[in-house]
Ligand binder design. Structure first.
Ligand code: DGT
Ligand code: CA
Ligand code: CA
Ligand code: ZN
Length: 595
């Protein structure tokens, strides 16, 4: 059993318990928290159990006796009898309906009772026919339909943040097997789209049969197809993993082909077609004899001569991706840009952006500590920030309006300010920026007084409630917050949760313009469940001159490692280091704030 499988059982227990008794928060939350812990655990939980039994399980934070027993039962018998008993007490459709985003257990029960629908599809049909239903108003019903659509679209796709570690592990193991000479993750995972349909891997090997045999041992699951040079396995978590192998001298074209996107490949190939060239994973084919039709870049005089002399139908092999693009007269295009958003034209002109890189990030501007709903202390977060090589972090514990997340009162904030002053006096390396994550209330007001905000260095404000306001109300709400002159940054601007909650509705062009005018940055929240702003919105916002921050919104020490996902979104949004505030030194960042 995998961590993910065990976590999903715990999540289901939590759901069923919540449907049965929504008031017993303590009980169902215990299962949910344990599920989250296990799905994020680095170690394989089965190994933990095998090595140290129930005792070892109990040593994992958030896992108590009941849950340790449940896990042990799952590992040893493959089932959890209590869950099976619980399931029998609840009508199946009700359980299904509670999986619809925005439909809680109570509403799931009501919807079932009122419609008698047995499946989500039937429920959607029944709702579409009506304006209201029992206590449900038109707007609520529309939200349910939207939730159903969201569920449908996200089915079968996994978050980038979940897929990447799985893929990296397979790659490392195949590398370790010594059967491949080169290996890469490709497809949407290499392009770092927010969700991926499957895991694609390519490799170069002189013994593809042996490599594939290793692959079938490494990836446990069901083999769907196995050939001499390719293999497809659906792993134990139901994720498809594709492997394709070619010899080393064709590795560049193999990489390019399987990285996609399909749309990028079409644009790339259409351009080649006009020049009497064609392209496949085997290389670039010269369709007509005579001079090489493109002005190849970074190529030696001899190689150029060889290209010119090559007869028609020659297939030019490319060992690196650099060669693929360079022979075709283009600069190498970073995978994150390969979405047919103008990158081919820019690569020909030599005008691709110099995308922001991991090493440019100097700090993290949103995180929470035990002072609100985080797990770690200020010192622990700062210690990890230092380990990550940052020169600063901002502590942004919640404000009083967010009571559910332990929002701090002004007295508590004062105490934190003193703690930070003490830290900064002592620490020569990493500095802590005094900060906060305010609530943007439903009317656009902020939930803390100006007097205390003036003592802080950097102020983030976010929408945490009333997500489904009308467009007009939301515009006015955001405008009031942005033009208040008090805030520097908007946290997770749309509030979306990928596959679970749609973002707020607003006239974003207006918001971008306001942000640019009032010097308010937009956050790119790096939490894999959020990735908010999305790549498309980043591109749009940049056109209005908006500046960005990339932050993890970490609630634990481990959470700080999510920076990479925000960075990938920024790259997909064509951002350069100078577009992003936390690539600046502390002093230049503070200069920007004071402007
Ligand atoms: P995904 O898996 O839905 O997140 O998206 P991709 O882009 O990884 O798509 P996938 O796995 O179907 O294919 C991997 C790459 O293979 C794709 O990005 C481009 C390349 N490719 C080459 N020829 C074709 C083709 O005929 N159809 C598709 N869909 N992809 C192709
Ligand atoms: Ca794929
Ligand atoms: Ca695939
Ligand atoms: Zn927040």
């Amino acid at each position: 059993m995998t961590n993910k499988q065990i976590a999903s059982v715990l999540f289901e227990v939590a759901d069923v318990l919540e449907i049965k008794d929504p008031d017993d928060r303590f009980r169902f939350n215990a299962f949910r928290t344990a599920g989250q812990k296990i799905s994020a655990l680095g170690d394989n939980i089965v190994d933990v159990y095998n090595a140290g039994g129930i005792e070892a399980l109990r040593k994992i934070p958030t896992i108590g006796q009941t849950i340790a027993d449940a896990i042990a039962e799952l590992i040893t018998t493959g089932r959890y009898k209590d869950l099976e008993a619980l399931r029998k007490q609840i009508p199946l459709p009700q359980l299904e309906f509670s999986k619809i985003p925005s439909v809680g257990p109570k509403n799931a029960a009501k919807l079932y009772e009122l419609t008698g629908a047995k499946t989500i599809e039937a429920l959607a049909r029944k709702i579409k026919k009506r304006k209201t239903l029992g206590p449900f108003k038109e707007k609520t019903l529309q939200n349910v339909l939207r939730g159903i659509e969201l569920l449908r679209r996200s089915k079968g796709r996994i978050l980038l943040g979940e897929a990447l570690p799985v893929a990296q592990k397979i790659v490392a193991q195949l590398e370790g097997s010594g059967t491949v000479e080169k290996i890469n993750v490709v497809g949407s995972l290499r392009r770092c789209t927010e969700t991926v349909g499957d895991i694609d891997i390519v490799a170069a090997s002189s013994n593809p049969r042996e490599a594939i045999s290793q692959f079938t041992k490494i990836v446990k699951g069901k083999i769907i197809a196995q050939g001499d040079t390719k293999c497809t396995i659906v792993n134990e978590d139901g994720v498809q993993v594709d492997l394709e192998i070619l010899p080393k001298d064709k590795y560049g074209s193999l990489l390019q082909h399987f990285t996609g996107s399909k749309e990028h490949n079409i644009a790339f190939r259409s351009y080649l077609q006009l020049q009497n060239l064609s392209f496949s994973e085997h290389g670039i084919k010269k369709l007509k004899a005579g001079r090489w039709p493109l002005r190849a870049k970074n190529i030696s005089f001899l190689k150029k001569k060889a290209l010119d002399r090559a007869p028609a139908d020659t297939v030019l092999k490319c060992a690196t991706e650099q060669e693929v693009y360079n022979y075709c007269g283009m600069d190498w295009i970073a995978p994150e840009l390969r979405e047919n958003r103008g990158e081919v034209t820019q690569a020909i002109k030599g005008e691709l952006p110099r995308l922001v890189e991991e090493k440019n990030i100097k700090g993290d501007l949103q995180m929470h500590t035990i002072a609100s709903d985080g797990e770690a202390t200020l010192a622990q977060m700062a210690g990890e920030g230092q380990r990550l090589g940052y020169s600063y972090i901002a502590i942004t514990d919640h404000s009083p309006g967010l009571a559910i997340a332990g929002g701090q009162s002004s007295t508590q904030l004062q105490k934190q300010i003193r703690e930070i002053d003490a830290w900064n006096k002592k620490s020569k390396n990493i500095k802590i920026i005094k900060s906060i994550e305010l609530n943007i209330n439903a009317d656009g007001s902020l939930d803390m007084d100006e007097a205390i905000l003036r003592q802080l260095d950097f102020i983030t404000a976010s929408v945490h409630s009333s997500f489904r306001q009308s467009r007009e109300k939301m515009n006015a709400r955001l405008e009031r917050a942005i033009s208040s002159g008090l805030i520097d940054n908007i946290g997770h601007p749309t509030g979306r949760l990928i596959g679970r909650r749609e973002g707020i509705e607003a006239d974003w062009d207006k918001i971008y313009k306001l942000c640019a005018d009032y010097h308010v940055a937009l956050e790119i929240n790096a939490n894999p469940h959020r990735l908010d702003l999305s790549d498309k919105m980043i591109i749009e916002a940049k056109q209005f001159g908006v500046k960005f921050t990339i932050s993890t919104d970490a609630h634990s020490v481990e959470g700080l490692s999510n920076m990479i996902f925000g960075l990938k979104m920024a790259r997909r949004g064509w951002l350069e280091a100078e577009d992003i505030l936390n690539t600046r030194s502390l002093s230049t960042l503070m200069e920007w704030v004071r402007r």
